[in-house]
Design a binder for this molecule. Sequence first.
Ligand SMILES: Cc1cc2nc3c(=O)[nH]c(=O)nc-3n(C[C@H](O)[C@H](O)[C@H](O)COP(=O)(O)O)c2cc1C
Length: 339
Amino acid sequence: MRVPLVQTGMGWVAGPRLVAATCEAGGLGILASATMTLDQLAQAIAEVRSRTAAPFGVNLRTDVADVHERIALMIETGARVASFAQAPNPALVARCKEAGLFVMPTVGARRHAEKVADWGVDAVIAQGAEGGGHTGSIPTTLLLPQVVDAVGDRVLVLGAGGFFSGRGLVAALAYGAAGVAMGTRFLLSAESRVPDAVKALYLGTPVTGTVVTTKVDGAPQRVVRTDLVDHLESQSWLRSLPRAVRSAYQFRKETGASLSSLLREGRAMKEGNELTWSQVVMAANAPVMTKAALVEGRTDVGVLPTGQVVGVLESLPPVADIIDAVMSEANEVLRGWSA
Ligand SMILES: Cc1cc2nc3c(=O)[nH]c(=O)nc-3n(C[C@H](O)[C@H](O)[C@H](O)COP(=O)(O)O)c2cc1C
C-alpha cells in the first residue's frame, strides 16, 4: 500500500472493479465475499488479479459452512488480507496466520479488540457507531483512542466510521491509528457497482437521514431511513419472523447451500455470536433485503446500509480522485502544522 487507506468489504458493493481501482490508486481494496458463492468469489478474485498486481483482501463471514474452502482459495490465488465481519475464532486465525495471510477483523468495542488481539490477529478495524452496515454504539472519537490504548502496542489499528477526508485521516493518525478504512465514501464512487438511481438516493440523504435498526436481521445495522425501515421498526418480532424465514430460504437457494448446511451454520452462528434462535433466523434477511435495494434497485422493498457520513457526500468521484483528495488534504494539514 502506498497510502494508509482501506476500502472495506461491503456486501453487493465491493466487487472486482472497485477493489482493483482502490489497489491501483495505492490503497487496500477488500472484496465482499459474504454475498458470493465460492465460485463467484473465485471469479471475482480472478478478475481483480486481471486488473491489478497489487495486494488485496477478502471480507469473510466466519459462520458459513465453507469458510475453510474460502480461505484455501485465498491462499491458492494470493489474496493476502483476510477481513472478518464478525469476530473469527482462534482456530480460524491460526489457520490464516499459518498460511501467511494478514488477518484484520472489524471490531466495535474495546473488549472485542482485546479478544482478537489475544488470538494473534495482525490488525483491527475499529468501527465507530456512525459507520455503515452492522455497527456498535460507541462513536469513533471514543472507540478509536480506546482501542489504540488497549491493543495498539500489539496490532495495527485502523479507524472506521465517518471518514471521508484528509482531515479525518489526520485525526485518526492523531488518535494513534495507522490509517483509516472507509465504506460509504467508496460506495459513492464511480467504480462501485450500485445502480445510479440508488446512488442518487444515497446522495440525497442528509446527515440525520440514517437510523440504526435491529429489525432487518436482529443485529444493530445503520441504514438509510426509508418508509420501509419505519414500517419494519413499527412491527413486532413475531410479525417479522415469517419474512425472515422466507428470506433465509431464498438466500440459501441463491448461494446453493443445503438445508443441513443452513442448520449447521445457524448453530455455529448461534454459539459463536451468542444469538437467540430468532436472531439466527433473522440473519439471512439482511443479504436479501440489501440485494433488493443495492443490486435490483428496489428501494421500496430493500434496505440501504450506510454510514452517517452519507450526509456530507455530494458526488460520485472516481476512486483515484477520492484517494488523491484525501491524501492531498492530509498532507496540507500536516504541512500547515509543521510550519
Ligand atoms: C452497503 C454496505 C454494506 C456493508 N457490508 C459489509 C460486509 O459485508 N462485511 C463487513 O465486514 N462490513 C460491511 N459493511 C461495513 C463497512 O465495511 C465499513 O466497516 C463501514 O461502512 C465503515 O463506515 P463508513 O461507512 O462510515 O465509512 C457494509 C457497509 C455498507 C455501507
